[in-house]
Write a protein that binds this ligand. Sequence first.
Ligand code: FES
Length: 272
Amino acid sequence: GTPLPKSDATVTLKIDGFDVTVPEGTSVMRAAMEAGIKIPKLCATDSVEAFGSCRLCLVEIEGRRGTPASCTTPVTDGMAVTTQSDRLHKLRKGVMELYISDHPLDCLTCGANGDCELQDMAGMVGLRDVRYTKGDNHYAPTAAGSLSLNDIRAKVPDGSDNARYIPKDDSNPYFTYDPSKCIVCSRCVRACEEVQGTFALTIEGRGFDSRVSFGGASDSVLSSDCVSCGACVQACPTATLQEKSVIEMGTPDRSVITTCAYCGVGCSFKAE
Ligand code: FES
């Protein structure tokens, strides 16, 4: 969800007909979670401030026009929120369809299979078919109508036909960075800033061309300001940032002894 604020003042609202009392300043998404109601989400997490970029967590609020993002909308006393309706289902499905139309569908061989929030959310919103494929406008509807997920999987098995395709960067000894799987939710960027206090990551470009960048002279992870704390890897909802497995790295040929009690990552890996 979103972080739960610390406040002694409380607010009571109705979510899907249930009364919920939460600290003042709580987001609608967090209030729903406290009441056991799950709202689909991709860019919000418990540990970093909400950003409102994925547009999956839309809700309806009585007396308010449009469908605000529940992660960035604070609760108010007496508010009446609806989290499930035909209109919301349609909107969320449409958003997921756009994400999936631009994502490699190599799920069965992907390292995040079974632990991927994009996969989970596609299931949660009931996405079965995708009407879009890569075209001149990136999101051009196909002439033949809908493509099934299997059709798209066959078309872009490894992401090489993906407009956002940029080769995987495995320069960091602890994790890999695969931009073709990035949905630009910026969770990694916010985790780097808010959890670690480092500014190694940024969003570069605009619109469809926007992407997460590690900056640095050669734009490789290793040449960036990244301190390998792992906060971005933890925050990533897809296989974009993934821990290297023991199998991939092989058995260690030396051991690192650290007395640092701060995070225990062993950041002296550059030492002899
Ligand atoms: Fe609210 Fe992404 S979770 S906009």
